[in-house]
Design a binder for this molecule. Structure first.
Ligand code: XMP
Length: 317
């Protein structure tokens, strides 16, 4: 019978044997998979694991600082890189969803490659790949899809020539969470909703500016904190806000306003392949909408997405 305890013991032994005193680099995303992979490797090889956590400027509000802090408390050897400005520059004027994904995936490779070169004599690249990533064509796990298209002209970046180690390759998501709990990883981190690699860039329809990112971070923060406060966060598989490229007329005092519309999305799902919109309580939606409109300058209308997948997708881009 499969148990998390046995998995941890066997995997740590396997990793020790395989890696010996070699050095390993790993990109942390703040998500469950890369975190569990990192903690397993840390248990096996300690300081020879070098983690890199890139801020692409498209994370949730305060996420980079919060997660980096958590990683440091877990004893991981992690280097945080704030590359927000480089990503924003790469996205400038880009409004096509696939072009945005490509720009972000390509920039991630460049930043990661730069950082990987700071570690001398690396032997291995570790990844938090899980079984569904192996069998599905669309990875929910970051920029793996765009790596090839970006770099097939100039040759592979150096870190991609490393030997690859993927300790979670045979596990499903719920097993990864159980292994994470076995390793003592914080419940809040293990229960985090999935979040797309391109982050808020695919939740800002159209082109990206620093101001739009700021607005969406505020809106998203109010929505997610509200879900936590109402004890709804763990009942939802994934939730987030979308900034629409639409302005609508509103009224404030005796003046008319003409400001942004945001959509809220919350879905139930088991694997992201199909999904149903969640029947959130009206009282919650009411409070959240009021909080958003009162607190976030530039937003005067909130709508709730009641589409299921298929035929809609979870993200809007
Ligand atoms: P869709 O929108 O296709 O999303 O129903 C299914 C799941 O995949 C996530 N998603 C992505 N994850 N890079 C990622 O790492 C992407 O480009 C990407 N697009 C969608 C989405 O958040 C949902 O969990």
């Amino acid at each position: 019978d499969w148990t998390p305890a046995a998995f941890v013991e066997e995997t740590v032994d396997m990793l020790k044997e395989k890696i010996g005193d070699g050095k390993v680099i790993l990109g942390l995303s703040g998500g469950v998979d890369s975190t569990v992979a990192a903690v397993l490797l840390h248990k096996a090889i300690g300081k020879n694991l070098y983690c890199i956590f890139v801020n692409n400027g498209l994370l949730r509000k305060n996420e980079f600082e919060d997660v980096l802090d958590q990683y440091k408390h877990m004893g991981l050897n992690v280097h945080g890189v704030d590359a927000s400005a480089r990503f924003l520059e790469a996205l400038k004027g880009e409004s096509d969803p696939e072009a945005k994904r490509k720009a972000i995936g390509g920039m991630f490779i460049d930043v990661f490659d730069d950082e990987a070169h700071r570690v001398e004599d690396v032997d291995w690249l570790a990844q938090g790949t899980i079984y569904p990533d192996v069998i599905e064509s669309v990875s929910v796990n970051g920029p793996s899809v765009t790596i090839k298209s970006h770099h097939n002209v100039g040759g592979l970046p150096d870190f991609m020539k490393l030997k690859v180690v993927e300790p979670l390759k045979m596990l499903f998501k719920d097993e990864v969470r159980r292994v994470g709990a076995e390793l003592g990883i914080d419940k809040k981190l293990l229960g985090r909703h999935p979040f797309p690699g391109p982050g808020l860039a695919i939740r800002i329809l159209g082109d990206i500016t620093a101001e739009k990112v700021r607005i969406l971070q505020e809106v998203d923060h109010i929505f997610i904190e509200g879900l936590r406060k109402w004890d709804l966060y763990d009942k939802v598989w994934q939730a987030g806000a979308i900034l629409l490229p639409v302005q609508s007329v509103g009224v404030m005092g005796d003046e008319r306003t003409y400001e942004q519309v945001v959509a809220l999305r919350a879905v139930e799902s088991t694997d992201g392949m199909t999904a149903d919109w969640v029947n959130l309580p009206y009282e919650f939606l009411q409070e959240t909408s009021n909080n958003i409109i009162n607190r976030v300058k530039g937003v005067n209308r909130v709508v709730y997405d009641i589409s299921s997948k298929p035929p809609a997708t979870i993200e809007w881009e």
